[in-house]
Design a protein around this ligand. Sequence first.
Ligand code: UT7
Length: 349
Amino acid sequence: MPNARIAGIGMYVPEQVVTNFDLEKYMETSDAWIQERTGIKERRYAKRTGETTTTMGVEAAKLAIKNAGITADEIDFIIFATLSPDYYFPGCGVLVQRAMKMKEIGALDVRNQCSGFVYALSVGDQYIRSGMYKNILVIGSDKHSFGLDFSTRGRNVSVIFGDGAGAVVLQPTEKEGQGILSTHLHCDGNSAEILAMYNPGTHANYWVDEKLADFDDAEIGQMFMSHAMVDKAQNFPFMDGPSVFKKAIVKIPEAVMEALDANKLATTDIDMLIPHQANLRISQFVQQQLGLPDSHVYNNIQRYGNTTAASIPIALYEAWAEGKIKENDIVCLASFGSGFTWGSALIRW
Ligand code: UT7
């Protein structure tokens, strides 16, 4: 069984830079608070029209395909991870197939939020190992700026998210011990409502605490989305930030250790850790617990904020483009987010 290797990688971020000072104009927040609590200085926002989760994904994909030395025609499967799809349905994968004029190949959307890219990579890895596909395009892309509450009410969520996309092309490698060595995926659905966007959805208050989603029968009859939901800010993401933080700093190191143990490696073998870019303080906690030097952990949340499914492939691209990842290096990707979901991928580059 061949391992899957990352044959090409690409990223795309929109041109528009939004600083913390820009956000101060819309809500009660400050550059000092955002930097101290999250490390973020600025993020990118996509154009309101003409730039979508899919179009950003397509730009990242073009670069990944070019870097793999192939053409879009040679891609035989698409996996698209996002929490902010262009349409509620169909998914973004089919829109990529159309936009890139690809053959009538299969396309799969993955809905695992901040862990979306690691989950998508794991799915692609299995298809390559089984011999089913030879050139898989894996994309992580999110356009948050379209769905955030920019009033003070939503400040704990809105200041941390940004827009962007990353992509890789997976191909089989016959080189022993090369490529994706293993992936490890987890979830704890008991925490589903701690970081979530409840609507549009079919829950009709069933899962959601009444304090969070208090709709009467008439309103529920208007599913998926109603004026009442908008009035109650139910069209925006909800997050209990401190609970997410506490769990993330435990589960990310666990996922890294699980990957290392499965491959009989130690933390000292890690050449580059790419943690999901949720909060610089989370990355620093993780680094400290694993005892890794600064040069072995890549962070770029300062410039992009949290781009959810795109954060790991964007950071991976930049680390690679800056020459910080070389052939044979051990690279570990580790994520945590809504669901809760978390996971890791260990790669020999
Ligand atoms: O990507 C997936 C997962 N997401 C995460 O991993 C996020 C994890 N959580 C976090 O990163 C942090 O919890 C946040 C950055 C979201 C919040 O930081 P925190 O240090 O946990 O703050 P907090 O939520 O405990 O709030 C502390 C105070 C509150 O005011 P009071 O009640 O103490 O008066 C908040 O209202 O900070 C206030 N606050 C803000 N103040 C200025 C919350 N957001 C802001 C803001 N600007 N943007």
